[in-house]
Write a protein that binds this ligand. Structure first.
Ligand code: SAH
Ligand code: MG
Length: 217
């Protein structure tokens, strides 16, 4: 289930209310809808960002005047399409995915959206691929949305390769509600928060699972 729907039924918010605000503010064209629907239809985990979070990511990039963006965790390309559409014509997204099936389906969706030249889909483990991107930097934004146990490392890479004023965006910053647990992954996520708060001016936006936003000092 997409992030947004996972909170349906909790205090204040129900499925009808979410459907209404998504319909009014985050309506989708065919290409975006296809990428959003792909995980559910093609036997992939449906863990793409919610529709409102996707829209928010794009609007944050526009506010920051972003041109060069790195995404860690492509899945079916849904958030990558939001990111790419927010950029000026010469802008570029590099998105990293280690599952060959996800990578292939993302490329289909990005082609369908007409964004083939604006998005480079990289197949590989993020910690292996990130060093190959350094020469294309510094970057204007990094969106982290992959394995939670490495968020601290992804955050360090971002601090090193974002320009001053560049955006750090970390999805699932509440770690599915388990942020305060003792597991290795929860500890890594807390290090991500604490290190980010030093290198960036930060806020953890209370989206359904938390979106850490940082502006590089
Ligand atoms: N950002 C996407 C959702 C990403 S889901 C969207 O909102 O549309 C997380 C993705 O990260 C999955 O496809 C998973 O296969 C990938 N992933 C997990 N660990 C990874 C790693 N170490 N390197 C690259 N990709 C990884
Ligand atoms: Mg996520």
């Amino acid at each position: 289930m997409a992030d947004n729907l996972s909170r349906a039924g909790q205090r204040y918010v129900d499925a009808d209310l979410l459907a209404y605000v998504e319909r009014v503010h985050a309506s989708q064209d065919t290409a975006l809808q296809a990428a959003f629907d792909a995980p559910g239809l093609r036997d992939m985990p449906a863990i793409q960002v919610g529709k409102s979070e996707g829209k928010l990511l794009g609007m944050l990039l526009r506010l920051a005047g972003a041109r060069k963006v790195v995404e860690i965790g492509t899945l079916a390309g849904y958030s990558a399409i939001h990111l790419a559409r927010a950029l000026p014509a010469e802008g570029h997204v590099w998105t990293i995915e280690y599952d060959p099936k996800h990578h292939a389906i993302a490329k289909e969706n990005i082609d369908l959206a007409g964004l083939t030249t604006r998005v480079t889909c990289l197949l590989g483990s993020a910690l292996d691929v990130l060093p190959t991107l350094v020469s294309s930097g510094p970057f204007d934004a990094v969106f982290i949305d992959a394995d939670k146990g490495n968020y601290d490392r992804y955050g360090e890479w971002s601090a090193a390769h974002l320009r001053t004023g560049g955006l750090l965006l970390g999805d699932n910053a509440h770690f599915f509600g388990r942020l305060m647990e003792d597991s290795e992954d929860a500890q890594a996520m807390r290090r991500f928060h604490e290190n980010a708060a030093r290198a960036f001016d930060t806020v953890c936006i209370p989206t359904p699972d938390g979106l850490l936003l940082g502006i590089k000092r």
